[in-house]
Design a protein around this ligand. Structure first.
Ligand SMILES: [Zn+2]
Length: 202
């Protein structure tokens, strides 16, 4: 016999599929949802529905946005000569929170994994190179992928492909701990890693 009613069991299983939510947490969340006031529960359901419906990728930088192009790409005050390449939208958020970077972004939605079975089309490298060809005002590409084997391989790959173009390719300084995620770096560490960035591939 099931421990819970089918509907509750279904909610627990759905929540348990979310990243970082284990068996215990999924039960705790399900019971919390059941104990919420009706309007709060409706607001949660609405938030999921709205985000799914309205959020799309910016055609320029590939970041998640409600408006295309996104507010950063359409801001005339941003420095259009510098492009910061990151793995995920969470990294854009980390850079923006720091208030030390005024250039544009490009979100890869992953990293190049030379030993895995990953398809290169899964990440937005094609869009990146098309953008660089189209916008010759971009003079520097800062590869701000995480300091992991895959992040470093991605940086090297980008620098090799861009070598003939004359675009300067830089990498964040190694102040960030090896294997750490940029999204969790504190503002001071990230700012100094950005300031101390070094040219790669030359
Ligand atoms: Zn954008």
């Amino acid at each position: 016999m099931a421990r819970y009613s089918p509907s509750l069991q279904n909610l627990i299983s759905r929540l348990g599929k979310l990243p970082g939510v284990g068996g215990r947490s999924s039960q705790r969340l399900a019971f919390h949802i059941l104990s919420m006031k009706q309007d709060e529960a409706d607001a949660l359901v609405n938030a999921i529905t709205e985000a799914r419906k309205l959020t799309r990728r910016c055609a320029v930088c590939q970041n998640f946005t409600d408006s295309d192009p996104c507010p950063i790409c359409s801001d005339p005050k941003r420095d259009k000569t510098t492009l910061c390449v990151v793995e995920s939208p969470r990294d854009v958020s980390a850079f923006e929170r720091m208030h030390e970077y005024n250039g544009l972004y490009h979100v890869l939605h992953g990293v190049y994994n030379p030993v895995g079975n990953m398809n290169m089309n899964d990440i937005t490298l094609t869009e990146l190179f098309a953008r660089l060809t189209e916008h010759d005002e971009i003079k520097e590409v800062i590869v701000a992928t995480n300091q992991t084997a895959e992040g470093n391989a991605t940086a090297l790959y980008i620098s090799r492909l861009l070598a003939p173009s004359g675009i300067k390719v830089t990498r964040l300084a190694s102040g960030l701990p090896m294997g750490s995620d940029i999204e969790f770096a504190d503002d001071i560490t990230l700012a100094s890693a950005l300031k101390g960035r070094k040219t790669i591939g030359s």
